[in-house]
Structure formats: C-alpha cells, structure tokens
Design a protein around this ligand. Structure first.
Ligand SMILES: Cc1cc2nc3c(=O)[nH]c(=O)nc-3n(C[C@H](O)[C@H](O)[C@H](O)COP(=O)(O)OP(=O)(O)OC[C@H]3O[C@@H](n4cnc5c(N)ncnc54)[C@H](O)[C@@H]3O)c2cc1C
Length: 346
C-alpha cells in the first residue's frame, strides 16, 4: 500500500505529489492526459506563487511580471509588486516543469481517469491502487467531489451568477511587463506576457462559448487595436462556470485540493498561488497523519484570497460602484498598491 494517491496531475496535483514525496511519503499520481497539459488560464503567476514553485525545485521559463495595471475607457491605474517579480508562463511550460520535477523525484504517473473509489477505515482504493489517503486534485468539475456529494456528503451551494473564462494567445511582442486588466461593464480581459513574442489574453465573461473569441474581444477596443494584425498563437480554450462552492475538504481519508476544493473566480489571478499553498499545508497534515487538521489549514491559506475576490466581484456587480473602480484605483494609488501587493503575497 502507498501513502498517497493523487487524482489529477494538473499543477496543484503535481505540487501536492512533490510536497508529499519531499516529506518522505510514497505517492502515485493518476492523470489521464499526457504531458504537457494545457488549460484555459490567465497564466499570471503571482510573486508568492513563484517562490512556492522555487521551493518545490520548479523554475519554469516565462516573462517577468512586475505589477498590475487596470484600464477602462478613460482611466488607468498601475501598481508595482514590492517584493519580487511574478511570472507570465504558458500552462504547457509550467506543467512540463512540474512534471519534470515529479519524474526526477521518481513519482509514478498512472495514465488513468478515476471514476470510482472505495474507502475503508485504514485505506482508500482507486484505479487498482491501495493508498492510505486519496487526494482529489481533479479540477473545477471534480469527479471525486461529485461522488462524495452523491454519497450523501453536503453538496455545493448554487452559484448566483455563473461566470466563464476563455483564453487565446497572440504572437506579438509584449508592450508591458505588467498584467494588464481591461474592464468593461460586464467583462474583463487579462493580458499576460508569457514570452518575448507571445501574449496571452484571458476573457472573463457572464456567458460561456468559445467560437466567437474575436467578437468578444472587440468589446475591448484599446486591446483590439493593440492586437490588430497579430497572428493567433493558440486555440481558444474555455473553462467554467468558475464558481464552485464546496462546504468541506475532508471526507475521512479523501481530501480535496486546488480547484477541486472550491473556486470563486479568476478575477484576482490567485488560483495557482492559493492551490500551491493548499498543497503545502495538505502535505504537512498527511505527513503528521492528521488529515482532520487540513480543513482549518485550508481555510487559513484560502480565506484571504476568497474574501478579496468576493469583495471585488461584489463591487463589479454594483452598477454605480463598477464604473468607479478604475478611477478610484487611479486616484488613490496607495490603496490600489496595497490591494495588488496583498494579492501578490497571498
Ligand atoms: C479563465 C481563467 C483564468 C485564470 N487565470 C489565472 C491566473 O492568471 N493566475 C492564476 O494563478 N490562476 C488563474 N486561474 C486559476 C487556475 O487556472 C487554477 O486555479 C489552476 O489551474 C488549478 O489547478 P488544479 O491542478 O487544481 O486544476 P487543473 O489545472 O484543472 O488540473 C486538474 C487535472 O485533473 C485531471 N483530471 C480531471 N478529472 C480527472 C479524473 N477523474 N481522474 C484523474 N485525473 C483527472 C485533469 O486532466 C487535469 O490535468 C484561472 C482560471 C481560469 C478559468
């Protein structure tokens, strides 16, 4: 029997596997997709997350990010990171770097989609593997979480206003080393430089769909002008609905981490950073054989980001407040800088 079976070999699953292995636990990952795995993401890794990756021994190539810029039709607010750079990094590059580190540590990756498991007092069995713990890192629409919900565990609350994400890359030299966020009344466009000649655009929208990326981009005229004539450098990928309310993370020997453990919105670009922090505390709980401590540890590392994102989402939904966000950030730069650096260090 192994110590930990991690279901899902995305960034948080691999980070959990690496952390657990470094803590001396025996780990196997079950992931049906081959390396490197792509996904709809803004691809902005905040400074604290860069440090967490470095601590795992993972240093992906990317484009340095020095802060965040908010832009609307008439206003612009900028804040620099005070404690180190972030990194704009293609998901495929990030995933390959994590997978390489996992392979170097000898972590087996089983090419399996886990659709069932059984739980006994002493262990969990899934994909023919017996493990003391099963960690579900299988993303927003976690199969493991759904099984737990079907088996009587409390289900998620319904999301009031679902939001969706779309992304595409363009071959163009980055015009900034900031993550540039363009806001309209109902949507946001995130520009993240990921290399010397590619920028990623992530759109956060109140409706799903991916076949009309250019039409949706045209709602951001300044950004459309920047990208005019630039060749597309990737397919359109979508994700959502983003909000996944999850009431518990610990179900005996089955524990949830990363997006599978609950997600609010990509508005503040903290998903990877928070997921890496969750992986760290989860590995500590399993190393100490205290899975029950994880719920509280999860809330401690995830709570601040959740509250900030919830607050920002709420203001985006208030008609009078929404149009004043960028002007306020421009006119009170110290406050904007404080919020940006709170996100950066989360
Ligand atoms: C539009 C958008 C923009 C974003 N922008 C940013 C950003 O700029 N910065 C940031 O930090 N975060 C951002 N995020 C959030 C970030 O992408 C996620 O938080 C992060 O990908 C979570 O990683 P994960 O490993 O938990 O899940 P995932 O990356 O979804 O990985 C889950 C893995 O589980 C596997 N899997 C699924 N089902 C099974 C199964 N049954 N059995 C085995 N394996 C399975 C999948 O193949 C996948 O590899 C964004 C999210 C969206 C939607």
């Amino acid at each position: 029997m192994i110590d930990v079976l991690v279901v899902g070999g995305g960034p948080v699953g691999l980070a959990t596997a690496i952390r657990c292995t470094l803590a001396g636990l025996s780990v196997t990952v079950a992931e049906p997709r081959g390396t490197p795995i792509d996904k709809a993401c803004g691809e902005g890794v905040m400074p604290a997350a860069v440090r967490r990756l470095t601590a795992l021994g993972v240093k992906p190539d990317g484009h340095p990010l020095r802060g965040i810029r908010y832009v609307d039709e008439r206003h612009c607010a900028e804040a620099r990171f005070r404690h180190g750079d972030g990194l704009g990094v293609r998901r495929t590059v990030l995933h390959a770097a994590l997978a390489e580190r996992a392979a170097a540590l000898g972590i087996p990756v089983r090419p399996a989609r886990v659709t069932a498991f059984t739980q006994q007092a002493s262990h969990v069995t899934a994909a023919g593997i017996e493990a003391r713990y099963l960690v579900a890192a299988d993303g927003l629409h976690s199969t493991i979480r759904r099984i737990l919900e079907r088996s009587g565990a409390p289900g998620p609350r319904r999301s009031a206003a679902p939001r969706y994400g779309l992304r595409r890359h363009y071959r163009v030299a980055p015009w900034t080393d900031l993550v540039e966020v363009h806001l309209t009344a109902k949507a946001e466009a995130y520009v993240t430089p990921v290399s010397a000649d590619v920028v990623g655009i992530a759109l956060l929208l109140p409706r799903p769909g991916g076949d009309d990326f250019e039409a949706r981009l045209s709602a951001f005229p300044a950004l459309s002008r920047r990208l005019a004539g630039a060749a597309c450098a990737s397919d359109v990928r979508g994700a959502g609905p983003m909000r996944q309310d999850v009431r518990r993370r610990v179900y005996g020997r089955v524990l949830l981490v990363g997006d599978a453990s609950g997600y609010l919105d990509a508005l503040t670009g903290e998903g990877l950073g928070v997921g890496l922090a969750q992986a760290e505390v989860l590995a500590r709980c399993l190393e100490a054989d205290q899975p029950g401590d994880y719920e509280r540890a999860w809330r401690k590392v995830s709570g601040p980001a959740w509250r900030l994102t919830a607050g920002l989402l709420w203001s985006r939904n208030q008609r009078l407040l929404a149009s004043r966000l960028v002007p306020a950030a421009q006119h009170v730069p110290w406050l904007f800088s404080t919020v940006v650096n709170h996100v950066a260090q989360a």
